[in-house]
Structures are given as structure tokens and as C-alpha cells.
Design a protein around this ligand. Structure first.
Ligand code: GUN
Length: 296
């Protein structure tokens, strides 16, 4: 029997725990944590993610603010205007943490924007100061998706300690920080981690060696049944919109794993949607709670 790792239910339980803590904070006379989000343009995926983050804030009892900046091919947003908004949020004592939703339009230097964020308010954990602290195991804001995966494994009693973890995908926001977390000394780490990517020669022989296989490369259905060892735990981070005429929206979300054929072979697997995605948002809420507590 394959365990379906339910990120939706787990995230709901954690949001309820956060809401209780916020109620205690406000009862003690503190203000509720405040998360702000900057959204540039109208990318469909980003609109949905940000709306979900704002909704999660309400569920946790947080205050939230959405700053929308227009950018079109005819009237592209000036990078300086975006940096000015970032500086305003850095200096706003009423904002505990904020995010700039990625991806940004191509003409904007994403790294420059990330580096402009005050590391103390970088609840996405993307600033090099937080990335660096994370890699040496210092307290910091952990990047949301990897932290969500680690928490999900922990709540399902799946310890990475002593396991062989193979991560397919080397992005700055998932593959690299997840590798750093899982190889860290300690109960939620202690794994032997291999990071591969779509151009790794003989990838299947490496993925087949995994006790825990993480697919985070953004290619729908890339991980097929022949790439997975019987009894492996499979974590699917992919959320690609693929056209689907049967849906009202015209698309469905597809993971990086060929779920139908891989699931029967695994001991446990995350579905898409409803697996890692909701946990990413909950990690952001936990980081924001932590940011608010640090200030009190
Ligand atoms: N785009 C995709 N994932 C993320 C995320 O976790 N944070 C931000 N800011 N943008 C994203």
C-alpha cells in the first residue's frame, strides 16, 4: 500500500497551530504578524500563488498587504521603481517580512532585487545572507519549499537520517537549499544527498538508487516508473501548467513525476496538487511568525 503524503491536510494542521500562537500573541498585547507581497505584472501562476499566500495569512490571523506593480511590454516596470518599493518595506516597522513573487519580467535583474531585501525581513530565505547561514547550519530564514518538504517528511515519520536522497533539479530555491538541509547534521538531516539535473548522464541509474527521490526540475512527467526503486519515497515538487480543455481554467497542474505509474511502486508519494505546494506556503507563514517574534 502506498501512503499518499497529504500536504493539504498537514498544512491545514500547521496553520491551525500558527493561528493559536497568533491568538496568544495578540492576547498578550502584541500586534499580529504582517506579511507583505510584491507582485509584478499578471503572470497567471504568480497571481494564484500570491492569492494563496494572502489567503493563508488570513487563516493564520496575520495581517497581509499586496503591492501590485504593473509591467507590460509597452510600459515595462523600471527596476528602480521596484527597488524603491523593496526599500520602503525594509524600512516599514509595521511589516515583519515580505516577498517579491518570482519570476520577475526578463528585463529586471532578479538577483539585484533579492539582494536589496533586508535579510531580517527575507521570509522567502532567498537572500545570500540567509542562503549562506543555511548552508553552514546557522539560524536563519530557510527557503520555503525545502523547509516544507523537510517538515512534511518529519510529520509522516519519514526520517532522512542514513538514507540516500537523490534530488533531480539544482535550482537556487529548491534543489540546492534542500540538499544543504538534508545533509546537515541533526535529526531532520543526516542524509547522503546526490544532486542531479536533466543533463546528468545515466540519470535513471542514480535515481533508482534513491531511498528518497525528489523531483524538482519543472518538467511534467519526467520521472517515470523505471527511474524509481520499489519502496522509495517520492517527493514531487513540479507544478507546471499544462493545457487541459476539460478544465474550466483550460489547464491543470502537472508534477514532475508520472504519478499514475510511479505511485504503485513507492512506499509513499506526494500528489500534485496537494503535496508540496501547500507546505511551501505554510513555511512562509512560519518564517513570518518567526520574523514577528524576533522583533518583539
Ligand atoms: N516563485 C515560485 N516559488 C516562489 C517562492 O517560494 N517565493 C517567491 N517569492 N516566488 C516564487
Amino acid at each position: 500500500m502506498t501512503t499518499i503524503i497529504d500536504g493539504k491536510a498537514t498544512s491545514a494542521a500547521i496553520k491551525a497551530e500558527i493561528a493559536e500562537k497568533v491568538a496568544e500573541m495578540t492576547a498578550a498585547g502584541m500586534r499580529a504578524p504582517h506579511l507583505a507581497a510584491i507582485l509584478v505584472g499578471h503572470d497567471g501562476g504568480s497571481e494564484t500563488y500570491v492569492a494563496n499566500k494572502i489567503k493563508a495569512c488570513a487563516e493564520c490571523g496575520f495581517k497581509s498587504s499586496l503591492i501590485r506593480l504593473e509591467s507590460t511590454p509597452e510600459a515595462p516596470l523600471a527596476q528602480e521603481t521596484l527597488l524603491e518599493e523593496v526599500r520602503k518595506l525594509n524600512n516599514d516597522p509595521e511589516v515583519d517580512g515580505f516577498i517579491v513573487q518570482l519570476p520577475l519580467p526578463r528585463h529586471i535583474d532578479e538577483q539585484a532585487v533579492i539582494e536589496a531585501i533586508d535579510p531580517e525581513k527575507d521570509v522567502d530565505g532567498f537572500h545570500p545572507v540567509n542562503v549562506g547561514k543555511q548552508s553552514v547550519g546557522l539560524p536563519c530564514f530557510h527557503s520555503a519549499t525545502p523547509a516544507g518538504i523537510v517538515e512534511l517528511l518529519s510529520r509522516y515519520g519519514i526520517s532522512p537520517a542514513g538514507k540516500k536522497v537523490v534530488i533531480v533539479g539544482r535550482s537556487n530555491i529548491v534543489g540546492k537549499p534542500l540538499a544543504a538541509m538534508l545533509m546537515q547534521k541533526g535529526t531532520k538531516g543526516d542524509a547522503t544527498v546526490t544532486v542531479c539535473h536533466s543533463a546528468t548522464p545515466d540519470l535513471a541509474s542514480i535515481t533508482r538508487s534513491a531511498d528518497i527521490l525528489v523531483a524538482a526540475l519543472g518538467r511534467p512527467g519526467f520521472i517515470t516508473e523505471d527511474m524509481v526503486a520499489p519502496g522509495a519515497v517520492v517527493i514531487d515538487v513540479g507544478t507546471t501548467r499544462v493545457p487541459d480543455a476539460t478544465r474550466k481554467s483550460g489547464f491543470r497542474l502537472s508534477g514532475d513525476v508520472d504519478y499514475e505509474n510511479v505511485a504503485p511502486k513507492c512506499s509513499a508519494i506526494t500528489p500534485v496538487p496537494g503535496g508540496v505546494g501547500p507546505m511551501t506556503i505554510v513555511s512562509l507563514m512560519l518564517n513570518t511568525l518567526e520574523a514577528a517574534r524576533r522583533k518583539s
